[in-house]
Design a protein around this ligand. Structure first.
Ligand SMILES: [Zn+2]
Length: 466
């Protein structure tokens, strides 16, 4: 296909870059602006969230919710780092310095004060994220014990277990990153005798319902949040709970303010949040691996955020192709058992989606490959690069297809359009090929302008078929 030649690709990407820069500067005026913009992602993308099967690959809908969830994680991290309320709670303050400069006042030298900006403030604010995750890790331990307990008591299908299975966002993030280190999670569950939690199918449908795709925020239904707080003693929103604790004088505020320090006093406070914060402070090094799991995952989250696949006009096709490529990737493990294989970004997304339902993944992959394939994201850069190169070689050899794909909106939209064209021809229709490039350009342009407008809080463009 002509569009994959390097020079065409280069000019396509250059054009995309210029278009986005231009749109940031000013709207294109190609559309009318106001209410009635396309809903992106399209709700129909999430039609297939009902039944997860241990014998099936992840669905397009599950992968799409995963993309949404990663955007929510990205937003949460930004919110925590930039929250003035959490600055107060963790006692992170600006420390401007005053220096005195010698100045001639016409008769003598005087010392003139000059205030210097606190250049370390930005970095100190970032430490809140790690503190936040340390507290989330304690909440994760409490939460998972409760899930096991309720599952054991055969409360399966009861509203209580359903409430529990959709955890607060911080707990969800710890759980998610832990699941992506399959053997570590299994070992943890076995050590703590948590048999039933390993069987949980990840609650994609409920997660999707909790997500606002305009703001990338996550809100539990009120009755759900009330039950968690009153019965399970888990606050539904850790950011709000810590922000509120920072506003009150009390033990919680004291421990938060001293979170970085090594010395802390024993605390017997009856308040659940205070106890959680205290335990987090006390067990910081013990919970460090769980925190690190999330920190490593943040790199993946940032990459996905940069691609913004969930807002792409071709997201459905991108996910469909990624699932197909993941299927082929798994086969490589069977064909070449002694080769270390590293996934591409899109394949990794599907792989992660699969691993989120730990038992389904374990069952499926063991059947497919003949042995269990662990996913360990602690592997070093050099080994990863070598693994990627060998995966690329074996993939090409086996399937005669490119392994690395661009994933930009334009490339993906072109691929989807060409696939659609092939289908139409197979169906006996004769679509106007000459118009294809123009159609793709219009579609990508609209989605691009919509996303830029959304981010810059401008009026949204309304799609027109002209
Ligand atoms: Zn591209």
């Amino acid at each position: 296909m002509a569009h994959v030649s390097p020079s065409n690709l280069l000019s396509l990407h250059n054009k995309s870059y210029l278009q986005t820069s231009g749109l940031r500067y000013t709207p294109s005026e190609r559309y009318s602006y106001g209410s009635g913009a396309k809903v992106v992602p399209d709700p129909s993308l999430f039609n297939d969230l009902k039944n997860q099967s241990p014998n099936a690959l992840p669905t397009i809908s599950e992968c799409a919710v995963h993309l949404e969830m990663l955007e929510v994680f990205h937003t949460l991290r930004q919110n925590v780092i930039h929250s003035p309320e959490l600055d107060v709670a963790f006692n992170i303050q600006q420390k401007p310095r005053t220096v005195y400069r010698k100045k001639w006042d016409g008769a003598k030298y005087v010392a003139e004060p000059k205030t210097l900006k606190d250049t370390g403030f930005g970095d100190r604010r970032k430490t809140k994220w790690t503190h936040f995750l340390s507290i989330a890790a304690v909440r994760f331990h409490d939460w998972i014990e409760l899930v096991e307990k309720y599952s054991k008591e055969r409360k399966l299908g009861t509203p209580q277990l359903r409430y529990l299975l959709l955890p607060p966002l911080d707990v969800l993030m710890i759980w998610h990153a832990f699941l992506l280190n399959c053997d570590d999670f299994k070992e943890y569950c076995e050590r703590k005798e948590l048999r039933l939690v390993q069987k949980i199918a990840f609650p994609w449908a409920d997660i999707h319902n909790a997500i606002n795709s305009d703001t990338w925020t996550y809100t539990l239904p009120p009755e759900h949040a009330d039950w968690l707080r009153d019965t399970a003693k888990i606050d539904a929103n850790l950011v709000d709970a810590l922000s509120a604790a920072g506003q009150r004088q009390g033990a919680a505020k004291q421990i938060l303010a001293a979170f970085r320090k090594e010395i802390f006093k024993k605390n017997e406070d009856p308040d659940p949040l205070t106890r959680t914060i205290h335990t987090a402070r006390e067990n910081k090094s013990h919970n460090h691996p769980l925190v690190q799991n999330v920190e490593r995952q943040c790199i993946f989250v940032d990459k996905m955020h940069a691609h913004r696949l969930i807002r792409s006009p071709a997201v459905e096709g991108t996910m469909r192709r990624a699932i197909d490529r993941y299927d082929k990737f798994l086969h490589l493990f069977r064909f070449y058992p002694n080769i270390f294989l590293v996934p591409t970004l899109d394949v990794d997304l599907v792989w992660h989606t699969h691993q989120c339902s730990a038992e389904h993944y374990r069952h499926f992959v063991t059947e497919r490959v003949g042995r269990f394939i662990n996913h360990d994201d602690k592997i070093g850069r050099k080994t990863l690069n070598d693994g990627f190169t060998s995966a690329e070689e074996w993939y090409r050899l086996r399937y005669g297809e490119r392994y690395q794909v661009c994933l930009c909106w334009s490339c993906e939209a072109i691929l989807s359009a060409v696939e659609k064209l092939d289908e139409d021809i197979l169906d006996g229709n004769e679509p106007p090929v000459s118009d294809l490039a123009h159609q793709v350009e219009r579609e990508v342009h609209y989605y691009r302008e919509l996303e830029v407008a959304r981010r810059l809080d401008r009026k949204l463009p309304v799609w027109s078929h002209k």
